[in-house]
Design a protein around this ligand. Structure first.
Ligand SMILES: *Cc1c(COP(=O)(O)O)cnc(C)c1O
Length: 220
């Protein structure tokens, strides 16, 4: 099937209130435009540099989410290009985004990334540290915490993702209950091509999908 049919199928299948983020890493601008014509409203990009390259061709007719790890030296560009940053995992990076957004007169919606699989090589905050991080950054005036994002360990079997989604969902609900000022626990971003159905069952309302829209990436 082509990109158009893939997008239309997904949009039909996803329950109301679930936001579809098209993960565009390694795709061409032409492919991204096809997805947008088929109804994609939000794009997820892993790399600031790739976003810079594609942005002029795609522009602001869609929302841009950063879904890859952000380095401090890229924050200035990221603050300009993105409408949401899904990968906050330290006070330092949040403070830097806050500073850059203040200079632009912008308030950046952000998600805190949870390392739900506790994987050493992965970014994201440890599950037990998510609440403390959110409390620490909630007072920054030019960012707004809007929820959580998680990847979970990669596995061939979608069921293996379930415990990590449950862990993240529990943290999400717990923080929501606290009713912190300037924190709106609205989005729970979890699930990719092989796991989004499980993620939806466990409460995701934002899914990030690449391969199922654009076809298998070369090198995957
Ligand atoms: C690549 C990627 C996705 C999408 O993965 P697919 O398997 O292509 O659906 C989602 N989230 C992040 C953070 C990614 O890097």
């Amino acid at each position: 099937m082509g990109i158009r049919q893939n997008v239309q199928q997904l949009l039909k299948e996803l329950p109301g209130g679930v936001e579809l983020v098209a993960a565009i890493k390694e795709r061409t601008a032409a492919e991204v435009l096809q997805a947008i014509e088929a109804g994609i409203k939000t794009i997820g990009e892993n790399y600031v540099q790739e976003a810079e390259r594609i942005y002029p061709l795609v522009g602001s007719k869609v929302e841009w989410h950063l879904i890859g790890h952000l380095q401090k030296n890229k924050v200035k560009k990221a603050a300009r290009l993105f409408d949401m940053i899904e990968t906050i995992d330290s006070v330092e990076i949040a403070a830097e985004i806050d500073k850059r957004c203040a200079q632009m007169g912008k308030v950046m919606p952000v998600l805190v990334e949870v390392n739900s699989g506790r994987e050493k090589q992965k970014s994201g905050v440890m599950p037990e540290d998510a609440e403390e991080l959110i409390k620490a950054i909630s007072s920054l005036p030019n960012i707004k915490v809007m929820g959580l994002m998680t990847m979970g360990p990669r596995s061939g079997n979608p069921e293996d993702s379930r415990p990590y989604f449950i862990t993240t969902r529990k943290i999400f609900d717990g923080i929501k209950t606290l009713g912190l000022a300037n924190v709106e626990m609205k989005y729970l971003s979890m699930g990719m091509t092989n796991s989004y159905q499980i993620a939806l069952e466990e409460g995701a309302n934002m899914v990030r999908i690449g391969n199922l829209i654009f076809g298998q990436r070369t090198g995957d």
